[in-house]
Structure formats: structure tokens, C-alpha cells
Design a protein around this ligand. Structure first.
Ligand SMILES: NC(=O)c1ccc[n+]([C@@H]2O[C@H](COP(=O)([O-])OP(=O)(O)OC[C@H]3O[C@@H](n4cnc5c(N)ncnc54)[C@H](OP(=O)(O)O)[C@@H]3O)[C@@H](O)[C@H]2O)c1
Length: 262
């Protein structure tokens, strides 16, 4: 399948590790030039060196916190200046902490809003005018299976990420005639550092081992397995490709069938 991504410019937010990193690698394998960000500059630089050597694409990196609106805006403008175009924008950030509802403070809620919803709004707001110029664009938000099926103690994720789905559906309607699509990828349990942290925190409160937590999560899926980051990245690459022009406003779960609904 020709994805049509060769020579295009793709922003991947929060991409120094985990799902963002796998997405950056997968887009580079299709020949896209990359603009990567996360807070750890060193991790970004070593990823950029690895990708450049392997895929011979251009990689621009900058370290900042995606909750800092001004930094997101200036990053997107600098990417457009450097590459002359923005074709793909994959929004992503760290996940909000697992905490019981009664233990959450207003500050926890504000932080989750800034991290997972406002950052997506800011990236889309800054990138869309550049996509409009070329009458082509792909915005893909990394969310979670929690937007379809709330997860126990991840109430911040269950609540705030649904706002991302509403946003993307609204933008799909607003900018569809400009050739820009907006979709969400909702991972289920996927083997990244974030999941290892979650396993540690769940294991502590359940008097279980981390490995037992992984086994429990795998047993709760249709396929009996945990996804790999590359499998989530492949779905994102497809949605970012020329081939996915007819898909917009959707949420594609990559969750091994852990969502039990139709
Ligand atoms: N893995 C799963 O099973 C799973 C399932 C469903 C949903 N998700 C969601 O998918 C997203 C990515 O998860 P992951 O598993 O890839 O997590 P991860 O392995 O912890 O990686 C998170 C990435 O985001 C960056 N980051 C975190 N906070 C940031 C911030 N404020 N500003 C800029 N960059 C930031 C991190 O780099 P720095 O630390 O250098 O900033 C890192 O590159 C999260 O929102 C997570 O909740 C994950």
C-alpha cells in the first residue's frame, strides 16, 4: 500500500518514548520528515539521530511541555518555517495519574485538562491554518480505550479524553471541505513505560506483582494479549495516509478487543 507520506511533514507530540516514539519511527519509515517534541531534549536528540540514520528523513526536535500553550504555538510556526508545510499532526501527551475520585483536587482536574485536552486544542489550532493552505491535512489524536469504556481508577482519563473526541468530531465537520481529516486512535493496554508505571501502582494496591497485572490485562481482551506500541503506530500511519481520506471524525480502538461494546 502506498501511504503517500513520502516527503510530507509530520508533527508528533510527546514522542521521546512510548506510543509517540513508535509513531515517529513508523512515519519516518514511510518517508515523512518529522518534527518531534517532549520535555527531555537528550532523548529526542538520540531518537532523531537513530531515525535520520535509518530512514534518511529530516528530523527537527524541540524540548518543551505541551501544556505550555505559547511553546506549542511557536514550535508549530517554526516547523512550518523550516519545512514550508505541515501535513500531519499527531497529538499526544503523558497520561493523567490514576487516582480515586474523592482524592482528586481541582488542581488535578485542571492539570489533566491542560495535558490531554488543551494541548490537543492548541496543536490543532496552530497546525490547521498551514494544512488549509495545501487543502490537505491529517490530525490524529492519541486518546485511549477509556473514551468508549471507562477504566476503574483512571477517572481523569475517562472524563477529559472524551472532550478530545468531541473536539475532533467538531473539527472534522468544520474543516472537512479543506481536505483535512481528524481522527482518534484509542489504545488499550500497550507495552510502554506508562503501562509499566500503571502496573506498579495497580500491583501495590492489589497486593499482586506487576507481571500478574499484565496477565490480568491480557486475559481481559478478546485476543488474550497486550498490544505493542508499533501496532498503535501502524493504525496512526494509516489514518495519516492518503489512503484514509474518507475516514474522519472517528475513533479507532487498537485494544485487542478489550472494549466489550458493539
Ligand atoms: N500505554 C498504554 O497502555 C496506553 C493505553 C491507553 C492510552 N495511553 C495514553 O497514550 C499516551 C502515551 O502513552 P505512552 O504509553 O506512550 O506513555 P509513555 O511511555 O509514558 O510516554 C509518554 C511520552 O510523552 C512525553 N510527555 C509526557 N508528558 C509530557 C508533557 N507534559 N509535555 C511534553 N511531552 C510529554 C514523554 O516524554 P518526556 O517525559 O520527555 O516529556 C514521553 O515521550 C498517554 O496519554 C497515555 O495515557 C496509553
Amino acid at each position: 500500500m502506498n501511504t503517500g507520506l513520502k516527503g510530507r511533514t509530520a508533527i508528533v507530540a510527546a514522542s521521546s518514548q512510548g506510543l509517540g516514539k513508535a509513531t515517529a519511527q513508523a512515519l519516518a519509515a514511510e518517508g515523512a520528515n518529522l518534527a518531534l517534541c517532549a520535555r527531555n531534549q537528550q532523548a529526542l536528540e538520540s531518537l532523531a539521530a537513530e531515525i535520520t540514520a535509518k530512514h534518511k528523513v529530516e528530523v527537527f526536535t524541540r524540548a518543551f511541555d505541551v501544556t505550555d500553550t505559547a511553546s506549542v504555538q511557536s514550535f508549530v510556526e517554526d516547523v512550518a518555517r523550516k519545512f514550508g508545510r505541515i501535513d500531519v499532526c499527531v497529538t499526544n501527551a503523558g497520561g493523567p495519574p490514576a487516582k480515586d475520585f474523592l482524592a482528586l483536587t481541582p488542581e488535578d482536574w485542571r492539570r489533566a485538562f491542560d495535558l490531554n485536552l488543551l494541548s490537543t486544542i492548541t496543536f490543532a489550532h496552530a497546525a490547521v491554518p498551514h494544512m488549509q493552505k495545501n487543502k490537505w491535512g491529517r490530525v490524529v489524536a492519541i486518546t485511549s480505550v477509556s473514551v468508549k469504556q471507562p477504566i476503574g481508577d483512571l477517572i481523569l482519563s475517562n472524563t477529559i479524553r472524551v472532550g478530545v473526541v468531541g473536539l475532533m468530531r467538531s473539527l472534522a465537520n468544520r474543516f472537512g471541505r479543506d481536505g483535512i481529516t481528524f481522527n482518534n486512535v484509542g489504545p488499550g493496554y500497550t507495552r510502554t513505560d506508562r503501562l509499566k508505571q500503571l502496573a506498579a501502582s495497580r500491583a501495590a494496591s492489589a497486593s499482586a506483582t506487576e507481571e500478574e497485572m499484565f496477565q490480568k490485562w491480557a486475559a481481559d481482551t478478546a485476543t488474550g494479549r497486550i498490544a505493542e506500541p508499533e501496532e498503535v503506530a501502524d493504525a496512526i500511519v494509516f489514518l495519516a495516509s492518503e489512503r484514509a481520506a474518507a475516514i474522519t471524525g472517528q475513533t479507532i480502538l487498537v485494544d485487542n478487543g478489550s472494549y466489550k461494546g458493539l
